[in-house]
Design a protein around this ligand. Structure first.
Ligand SMILES: Nc1nc2c(ncn2[C@@H]2O[C@H](COP(=O)(O)OP(=O)(O)OP(=O)(O)O)[C@@H](O)[C@H]2O)c(=O)[nH]1
Ligand SMILES: [Mg+2]
Length: 198
């Protein structure tokens, strides 16, 4: 019986490996930089990825790098969490190396600061190499006051940002996902997307 079981599991794992290979995700490694305004939820996300638990953190002042194995895609990511408050945003540019992808986290429930987030995203895209994939995460979608995607896209001027990047490089990649770190929703899809560009 146990021989049957172990044969079964080894064929399941072979099947999963083949599937990941087909998806181009097997054995991949990449580095990701977490950016976005202070209080967006970057450190909470990194901690959830590492431990699948939620806890609170003081604002990040020093960049923190962690290796995180994302189970879903079978990809090993190195994630660097940077502080988002204004005084430390100048550090962002030091981490935008060519093999990194950017996760830009936005607090979808903070209407007051959405324009500030829009300004920073715009500024980032102006300095960023077009071969660096940019994935915007609209976090805190568990809150009833979270804004609709349509409203956020309009305030971020997403259409213009996309057009400007595409006009510089037709192959440039950017995408946007609604997530809730608290509920554990949305970010697996985002990592799966970003995995294609590492
Ligand atoms: N409702 C809700 N709150 C969240 C979620 N994710 C994070 N938060 C809260 O948002 C606040 C800020 O989280 P942090 O992860 O410290 O934010 P940060 O982006 O790392 O901030 P800096 O380090 O200052 O740049 C905390 O109170 C978190 O508990 C979420 O999915 N839903
Ligand atoms: Mg932080």
């Amino acid at each position: 019986m146990s021989t049957y079981l172990s044969a079964f599991w080894s064929s399941v794992s072979a099947l999963v490996s083949r599937l990941l290979e087909t998806l181009g995700l097997q054995g991949k490694e990449g580095s990701i930089v977490l950016l976005g305004l202070d209080n967006a939820g970057k450190t909470t996300l990194l901690h959830r990825l590492q431990t699948d638990t939620i806890r609170s953190f003081p604002p990040t002042d020093r960049p923190t790098e962690s290796a995180v194995a994302i189970q879903l895609g079978g990809i090993q990511f190195r994630v660097t969490d940077l502080g988002g408050h204004e005084a430390v945003r100048h550090l962002w540019s030091d981490y935008l190396t060519e093999n990194a992808a950017v996760l830009f986290v936005v607090d979808a429930a903070d209407a007051v600061r959405l324009e500030e987030a829009a300004y920073e995203l715009d500024a980032l895209l102006h300095t960023l190499d077009t071969n660096i994939a940019v994935c915007v995460l609209l976090n805190k979608c568990d809150l009833p006051v979270a804004m609709s995607t349509a409203t956020i896209l309009q305030i971020l001027e997403w259409g213009r940002l996309e057009q400007e990047r595409k006009s510089k490089d037709a192959d440039s990649a950017m995408a946007i996902f609604r997530i809730s770190v608290f509920k554990g929703e949305g970010y697996s899809e985002a990592f799966r997307w970003i995995g294609k560009y590492l």
